[in-house]
Design a protein around this ligand. Structure first.
Ligand code: CP
Ligand code: NVA
Length: 303
């Protein structure tokens, strides 16, 4: 059974195919060309954490392709506490054609996928955010015409979003540099997995954001405190303060440099209003691309 749990599981050719298909689906959507590629397919969505982009873009995308989506409150279906993950998975596999899950612990996805009779899609876990990573590289491709050879400076935490994007970059020939406070970089588990499955050339980590953005095509940031890390918020606000993406930082990058953010943004923390609302920022184009990228994933898994 094919799942979409981590970008690291996909080959470079599979990623390129998804990018091509996402671009095709975006164009078809703009021209209002009807599609029934998910006709009579039912896609379930279960979220343990809040979401705007992921839930709405999946539900809208499924509807546009002629399918039906079913939002299932995590507590109501009793995910992880009412019965075992395996029993849950074996049961729900018989009703649905695919299931999107947003979970606290990535192990929840693995436990469900292991015995699932339907494709499982990771709509964000503490480990990765592959739907975001795919939309991110799609956005870079649109902004620059191609992805290969581009440099992304990720200014922030070595988190789920950063891991997925670093893998996408590594597989597609982009350079990824992480600028973060000491102790907030990529963990050893990710490092060994990356070296074994992506490239021996592990992304560089620097502690000077100004050095990181020099020569970058894209400055990327995300919240400093991810969902589930709320207890660390005060400490993180202090540690990450020198890593704010603001006009001063942007002025050290090239004039063509673009700014991306997976959103939601905490304006005034990791990014300032003037950068978010400025000409370099492509975060809303990027948010729109979530839907096109995910439609490509659904067709790839279900066709
Ligand atoms: N970027 C992202 O996944 O947004 P949501 O949390 O709103 O789904
Ligand atoms: N790193 C963030 C991404 C939100 C889309 C989080 O996990 O909360």
């Amino acid at each position: 059974m094919k799942h979409f749990l981590n970008l690291i599981d996909l080959t470079a050719d599979e990623l390129k195919l998804l990018l091509t298909e996402a671009a095709r689906l975006k164009d078809a959507h703009a021209r209002r060309i009807p599609s029934q590629s998910l006709n009579r397919r039912v896609v379930g969505l279960i979220f343990e954490k809040p979401s705007l982009r992921t839930r709405v873009s999946f539900e809208a995308g499924v509807a546009q392709l002629g399918g039906t989506s079913l939002y299932l409150p995590a507590n109501e279906v009793g995910l992880g506490w009412r019965e075992s993950l395996a029993d849950f998975s074996r049961t729900i596999s018989q009703y649905l054609d695919a299931l999107v899950l947003r979970v606290f612990r990535h192990e929840t996805l693995d436990g469900i996928a292991k015995v699932s009779g339907i494709p499982i899609i990771n709509g964000l876990s503490d480990w990765s955010h592959p739907c975001q990573g795919l939309a991110d590289v799609l956005t870079v491709q649109e902004l620059f015409g191609s992805v290969s050879g581009r440099t992304i400076a990720f200014v922030g935490d070595g988190n789920n979003v950063a891991r997925s994007l670093a893998v996408g970059c590594g597989k597609l020939g982009m350079r990824f540099v992480l600028a973060c406070p000491p102790g907030y970089g990529f963990d050893d588990k990710f490092k060994s997995e990356y070296i074994a499955r992506v490239s021996p050339d592990f992304p560089k980590e620097v502690h000077d954001p100004f050095a990181a953005v020099k020569g970058a095509d894209v400055i990327y940031t995300d919240v400093w405190t991810s969902m589930g890390q709320e207890a660390e918020r005060e400490e993180r606000l202090k540690r990450f303060a020198p890593f704010q993406v603001n006009a001063q930082l942007l002025s050290k990058a090239s004039r063509e440099c673009k700014v991306l953010h997976c959103l939601p943004a905490h304006r005034g923390e990791e990014i300032t209003d003037d950068v978010m609302d400025g000409a370099a920022c492509a975060a809303f184009q990027q948010a729109g691309n979530r839907m096109h990228a995910q439609k490509a994933v659904l067709e790839w898994l279900l066709r």
